[in-house]
Design a protein around this ligand. Sequence first.
Ligand code: ZN
Length: 252
Amino acid sequence: MFIDIHTHVQQFIENDLDLLINNSINSKIEIIIAAGTTISDSKKTIELSKKYELIYSAVGIHPQNIFDENTNDYINILEGLLSNNKTIMISEIGLDIQPDSPDINIQKEFFSNQIGLARDFNLPIAFHVRNAEKEALDLLETENIKDLISVAHYFLGDYEYAKRLLDNNIYISVAKPFLRDNNLAEVISKLPLDKLVIETDSYPQYFKKNRMRWTEPKDLIIIVKKLSEIFNKNEDEVREIILCNSKKILKV
Ligand SMILES: [Zn+2]
């Protein structure tokens, strides 16, 4: 059994999603977290969670999508979405510094407010960080993130960054890049297995013409295989530890 702790499967069109669900069931994927990026995208994760047994919902506003919708009242709206009993996480939230990103202070305000929401409802968070490792960790430490269950999604950092995440009791989520990136694999091999979880961050990849090559939750199998290699441990054992970590985070 596997849990995909971070995806955007709600963004697939119906036919592609049906194939993804079938592939997931055949690959023993037990739970797929669909993470929202805007209010309307978060609502889609709820619709899917009602339609598919294995899909659970996470709601949140991604730092890159802050201005996509009129979201002045976003905390109240997100709070309203939490009444769905399969909405079990606040995600995707975080900080992302790129030339076209929203102002960093506004990003920090959205990030903090959504962490507050998670705290009020005793929910775990999964957060995104791009080019903002220091800013994110400073904010997370100010927010006393140690007391909250949290996941650093799509880890691509170095050992120093990982160490600071671990010092703050943050789980580290590993995706496919370390299958090809030996330096990243080396960093991950030094981390404690009981703080690792896995994800695919699946979203529709129209730029890949061959549909069979799109990243899907079924790819968790190759992630676990690679982890077992770099940790020099039995595949079943690694899968069980990771599954146990994910269940503890999601309280499922
Ligand atoms: Zn994502």
